[in-house]
Write a protein that binds this ligand. Structure first.
Ligand SMILES: CC(=O)N[C@H](C=O)[C@@H](O)[C@H](O)[C@H](O)COP(=O)(O)O
Length: 227
């Protein structure tokens, strides 16, 4: 795998097509349809969670797939692709990029070994980080790109209803290659992230979680009701 796949994504939108436990969209056929709709709208790539979903999406489109698993484990807070075996399986199923937790939290397997396994399987590594220090460490350990995915989701990163704009600035000033991901909930946010130096932008909820989007609207209506 060459870095060509990153060039295909550069300057473009990646749509994360995921359905959480309990969602009526949690079905590989539906995830495949969401991915096709995203491609129809101009997405350069898709971010897909789970083996069955990666397989289903690979069967219907050849756009680059960023694959990941979400695995709840008792021994660690790391849940995005926590093991090399999962990472390699994603690559075998057709993910050209494997996303995995690149935070500095205790993890079941060392980062460098996981990166080597992904590269050995012919895929690239997107390390999902929550701070600029984690980005530095992950890139030094061999990640091909970092994603701001986990900012706000670790105890030591900035929480907030908005994207972590400060982290984007820090990554740019440090000269580190990054994808912007997380709480980019409007086209203007995506454009701002690109202007802030992102190689590409990943949007999930605002495009593919209708339950979440509906909640934004219903809450706005409730707030607008007269007392
Ligand atoms: C923190 C975490 O587990 N993020 C997940 C990573 O794959 C997804 O649930 C998000 O939808 C994705 O990162 C895109 O973000 P947003 O949905 O905010 O556009």
């Amino acid at each position: 795998m060459s870095a060509d796949v990153l060039e295909r994504l550069r300057g473009g939108l990646v749509v994360s097509c995921q359905a959480d436990p309990g969602s009526p969209l949690r079905d590989p056929f539906i995830i495949g349809r969401l991915a096709l709709a995203a491609v129809m709208g101009g997405a350069r790539g898709v971010r897909i969670q789970g083996f069955d979903n990666v397989g289903a999406v690979r069967a219907v489109t050849d756009v680059p797939i960023i694959g990941l698993t979400k695995t709840d484990r008792d021994d660690t807070d790391v849940y995005i692709t926590p093991t090399a075996a999962e990472a390699v399986r994603l690559a075998e199923l057709g993910a050209q990029i494997v996303a995995l937790d690149g935070t500095d939290r205790p993890r079941p397997e060392p980062l460098a070994a996981m990166f080597a396994a992904v590269h050995g399987a012919g895929a690239l590594v997107m390390a999902d980080i929550s701070t600029v220090d984690e980005a530095r460490l992950a890139l030094a350990a061999g990640a091909d790109i970092v994603g701001t995915t986990l900012s706000g989701y670790t105890p030591h990163s900035r929480p907030g209803p908005e994207a972590d704009w400060m982290l984007l600035d820090e990554l740019r000033h440090a000269g580190l290659p990054f994808a912007a991901e997380g709480r980019l909930n409007a086209p203007d946010d995506a454009a701002r992230a690109m202007s802030a130096g992102a190689a590409f932008v990943v949007v999930g909820s605002a495009i593919t979680r209708p339950d979440v989007i509906t909640g934004w609207f219903t809450r706005a209506l409730q707030d607008a009701l007269p007392e």
